[in-house]
Design a protein around this ligand. Structure first.
Ligand code: GRF
Length: 193
């Protein structure tokens, strides 16, 4: 992807639904001189998302949207993104599925992080399914978002070894640490930095 605004950073929105630890790591990364992106907007599908606190802490605009009516909310969202000159979207623990129509508006400009080695274990409850299958490795993947869930082109992956006594909690925790490193790396890769 080429940098479309000269030396200006790419204006980015992060979509969340929960804790927002990936959001935090992306905000920290965006403050780095070497980062191609700035984070200018936080979108949350959940008014109680803890990650919304980072809006105040880092002085970033936030918008909470109710996704009950997908078509309506996506129209609102598109307007909001336009109003804020958003060029790129990072999904980070965002629990809603965006429509084909919405994705078309940001073709190859929406990234997602998923806590498995895609194409294995798409969807929810990843860690438990991985453990149930006695896998030796799991990990995380950053990929472009396409209309099919967790199926867009893979940008980067990180493998994590599964330990004998791992529970879904301990595994999720170890993978999350890697997610925080992988997302910024994947963004650098996308922009050929
Ligand atoms: C992460 O494991 C992410 O891969 C998944 O949901 C979790 C979100 O964590 N999609 P956080 O909200 O970024 O802390």
């Amino acid at each position: 992807m080429a940098l479309s605004t000269g030396f200006d950073k790419i204006k980015t929105a992060v979509f969340i639904s929960g804790k927002g630890s990936n959001l935090k790591s992306l905000i920290k990364f965006s403050k780095n001189k070497r980062s191609p992106i700035s984070i200018d907007l936080i979108i949350s599908s959940n008014s109680k998302a803890l990650g919304l606190n980072y809006s105040k802490n880092f002085n970033i605009k936030k918008k909470i949207l109710n996704f009950n009516n997908k078509r309506l909310v996506e129209n609102k969202l598109l307007l909001e993104l336009k109003k804020n000159n958003i060029e790129m979207i990072c999904l980070a623990g965002f629990m809603k599925i965006l429509s084909k129509r919405f994705i078309k508006n940001f073709k190859n400009k929406i990234l997602n992080i998923h806590p498995s080695l895609l194409p294995k274990y798409k969807g929810l409850n990843t860690h438990q399914r991985v453990l149930n299958n006695n896998e030796k490795f799991s990990g995380c993947t950053v990929h472009f978002v396409s209309a099919k869930l967790d199926s867009g082109k893979i940008i980067l992956q990180k493998k994590v070894k599964i330990k004998k006594n791992d529970t879904k909690k301990t595994l999720a925790k170890r993978i999350l640490v890697q997610e925080h490193k992988l997302y910024p790396k994947a963004i650098l890769k996308v922009f050929n930095f």
